[in-house]
Write a protein that binds this ligand. Sequence first.
Ligand SMILES: NC(=O)c1ccc[n+]([C@@H]2O[C@H](COP(=O)([O-])OP(=O)(O)OC[C@H]3O[C@@H](n4cnc5c(N)ncnc54)[C@H](O)[C@@H]3O)[C@@H](O)[C@H]2O)c1
Length: 497
Amino acid sequence: METAYPPLSEALPSHHDLFYGGEWQAPITGRYCETLNPSTGQPIVQVAEAGLPDVERAVEAAHQAFLSWRKTPVSERQSYLRRAGAVLRDHAAELALVDAVNTGNPVAAMLIDAQRAANSLDYFAGLIPMLRGEVLPGPFPTDDYLHYTVREPIGVVARFVASNHPFMFAGSRMASAIAAGNTVIIKPPEQAPLSCLRLAELLQDIFPPGVFSILPGGPECGQALTSHPLVKKVTLIGSVATGKAIQRSAANSMKQTHMELGGKNALIAFPDADIDHLVQSVVAGMNFTWAGQSCGSTSRVFLHESIHDQVLARVVERIQKDYRAGDATDPATTMGSLVSQTAQDRVLGYIASAKVEGARLVIGGGRPRELAGTSLVGGFFVEPTVFADVTPDMTIAREEIFGPVMSVLRWREEDEMIRIVNSINYGLTGSIFTKDLATAQRMINQVEAGFVWVNDVCKHFLNVPFGGIKESGIGRDECLDELLAFVTTKSVNIKLR
Ligand SMILES: NC(=O)c1ccc[n+]([C@@H]2O[C@H](COP(=O)([O-])OP(=O)(O)OC[C@H]3O[C@@H](n4cnc5c(N)ncnc54)[C@H](O)[C@@H]3O)[C@@H](O)[C@H]2O)c1
């Protein structure tokens, strides 16, 4: 069935201020900043920017709300979360449209995001009864002492959300913290705050005031949240550099942090891989639909020399057939833009570095020529780009580009290949393509990544922990561990006589 999208004017949020304490509030500093449509580069609307005094008020409101939310019965918390999930499902098309116009990601592909966020809200509602403690044996007779543990919420949680799927991350990641009895302040990405504002409009009558807040803003807002003494945990979906900055700021008040960071993920293809499936997966793994902007993109493709040339040729053919840059709000668009001019410049900079360092440009490498003379000429597009003959020391083999740029590396010796795979500081995901289970298991044992697919790419499965090792993150999401990350354990010892 074809999706019916509302007119953009009806989908966009009518509020552009800050949402905290259950109300819309104008920024005390009076600062507003333009947000753009990355498909055209044109402004959409001005959105409030939270400053230090706004953060003070929002955190205080969230803290007051915490004092009662933590005591809210489990069944009530579950019903709040499930109602929120139902609302997101009902509004999937408009939320997809808002993110399309503000992130540059094609609207048809964004439809799934509301579903994912809603599934997460339902999932964590169902998991709340797992927040149980234990009765523990101690060193003395049980007639003398009873020892047990209880799980308690932490307090106000600040969640910083990445620019690639703003409302999916806001909606899905608020679920665990709220389910556990905390209150949450979400800071949307500067580049694309509109879907989080729409989220607040949709959920404002569902949760009690202060349980969730949306504070659009820039560095001042970020710094104020990460250093505020009443914010007890800071979580980020973002880049490694931002993760380090947040950790430094949070360290002053010894805050817990939870980090979902970048990746430079390897796809490893063995000679016995099913070639048709491999070709399709190499292309799918790059997430060209949203211009490569996915933490899990398998942007380093290790092809065994015996299949290298045929796979590369077919990958290129498939990319050229399947992806055409277009306006993100058009349901027929198969490839979106980067989220901002800064992101476009960064990606073009990496492409230039690859050329200088000697990689072989196979396709792409610039702005799409076919957009010249159209209304999209000012959009932040980059063609799907493939470099071959990439060597491990090249910048594009080592750094996360977060754009539509695939690096293909040829390999011969397995030990040398796995050494190169593991030679970088990232450790988010990895994909292994082979028909042989023993080969797959040998690689699984060696690849340094928090999440490994065998004969697949990119898929997330709710209830299966997702997260990185090395500099790609701290903690696990989309599973019970995520819920447990938002409680602390209190040990109780009762002297019985
Ligand atoms: N591991 C994952 O699950 C996952 C998922 C999606 C994206 N990512 C990563 O996110 C990055 C892309 O997203 P991005 O460009 O929005 O990332 P980013 O690091 O630039 O920004 C992420 C968020 O942090 C905020 N922020 C930036 N500096 C801050 C500071 N000093 N203090 C507090 N907040 C600050 C931003 O406003 C934004 O909301 C990529 O590295 C990508 O791999 C990771």
